[in-house]
Design a protein around this ligand. Structure first.
Ligand code: PLP
Length: 377
């Protein structure tokens, strides 16, 4: 079945007892055993829960993986995935990844003996040069946050295959509607479901999709062992959001393209980062591997950042992205404040970078608001 249909039906069917169309929220911590030493399908909600499992099956289906796992946050999913490594292992990671992922790897996981090299993932040679005898993992985000750099997944898949490296793609920005990294040989796909998958700025969640039974067993072992699982009610909200993912992604991308073109022409804007603009360095690769360019637009402002932000009315000053409401944020002091300054500047996230999460409002209202802000700046 096609993606739009699977967004609504994968992992879900009417309740066998009541016929309810909406997946039931199975709000229980524990489940009765059938007999001595005989658990039923479920025994304890950390290990497995029917509402969470419906979400897990739906996301795995949309990403084209074998199994899905739902977590209490995107960072819980990232934490779980990085625990696939052990002390002494080395991972090569994109240098402009999500700030929280950078902080977890650089400031927390290094304390447990895992080594990281942060690198712009734009050339095969650079990646091959960074591979050490103990390198086990390549971690990528495409488009990246907040500069929307594009990584060639086919190239990553080839390097990883030749060097027997595990690949993790954080697919939060494009969502499976626009990109399915497993089609390019990635082993694990990860999400902050807080963003587009849920889409309504009302829940924190994460997901991992695996490609082999062995990886699925390892991820489930870690989820259960670390207790990083999603709650039933959150899973239900995300399942509800998922039904409109295709409709929302189409509109996010349509609005984002209009706004990127508006900003590109504006005299107070020195650079626009949107992979749908033919001037973007990753445009050709993005066009090849993605079905659309997503809903995040970043840009560099020549004039006063604070005045621009204060001049906006519709765009709300807030972290996060991927919801129906348009948001604006200043990367250096907000989403990427958790990245140390030298790493931030090295990744090109300078103080003039503004990130917009383009929502589902009418694009002419959004443009009018941005024009106001730019005039005020
Ligand atoms: C937000 C985000 C995360 C972290 O997810 P939370 O749900 O906030 O814990 C990880 N990766 C990317 C790309 C994100 O945008």
């Amino acid at each position: 079945m096609n993606f739009d249909t699977r967004s609504i039906h994968a992992g879900r069917k009417p309740d066998p007892i009541t016929g309810a169309i909406s997946t039931s929220i199975c709000q229980t911590s524990t489940f009765a055993f059938e007999d001595y030493n005989q658990p039923g399908d479920y025994d304890y909600s950390r290990t497995g829960n029917p509402t969470r499992n419906a979400l897990e099956e739906a996301i795995a289906n949309l990403e084209g993986g074998n199994k899905g796992f739902a977590f209490s946050s995107g960072m819980a999913a990232v934490s779980t995935a990085i625990h696939l490594l052990k002390a002494g292992d080395h991972a090569i990671v994109g240098d402009d990844i999500y700030g929280g992922t950078h902080r977890l790897f650089n400031e927390i996981m290094t304390k447990y003996g895992i080594e990281f090299t942060f690198l712009r993932m734009d050339s095969r040679e650079k990646i091959e040069d960074a591979i050490q005898p103990n390198t086990k993992m390549l971690w990528i985000e495409t488009p990246s946050n907040p500069l929307l750099n594009i990584t060639d997944l086919e190239m990553i898949g080839n390097v990883a295959h030749e060097n027997k490296l595990l690949t993790v793609a954080d697919n939060t920005f494009p969502s499976p509607y626009f990109l399915r990294p497993i089609e390019y040989g990635m082993d694990l796909v990860l999400h902050s479901t807080t963003k587009y998958i849920n889409g309504h700025s009302d829940v924190i969640g994460g997901a991992i999709v695996t490609t082999t039974d062995e990886l699925a067993d390892d991820v489930h072992f870690l989820l259960n062992g670390m207790g990083s699982n999603a709650a039933p009610f959150d899973s239900w909200l995300i399942l509800r959001g998922l039904k409109t993912l295709p409709l929302r992604m189409k509109k996010h991308a349509e609005n984002a393209m209009i706004i990127a073109e508006f900003l590109y022409e504006h005299p107070k804007v020195s650079e626009v980062f949107y992979p749908g603009l033919p001037t973007h360095p990753g445009y050709e690769i993005a066009k090849k591997q993605m079905d659309g360019f997503g809903g995040v637009v970043s840009f560099k402002l020549k004039s006063d950042v604070a005045k621009f932000i204060r001049g906006l009315d519709l765009f709300c000053l807030a972290e996060s992205l991927g919801g129906a409401d348009s948001l604006v944020e200043h990367a250096a002091t907000m989403s990427h404040a958790s990245m140390n300054e030298s790493a931030r500047v090295k990744a090109g996230i300078t103080d003039d970078v503004i990130r917009l999460s383009i929502g589902l409002e009418d694009s002419s209202d959004l443009i009018e608001d941005l024009a106001h802000g730019l005039d005020a700046s």
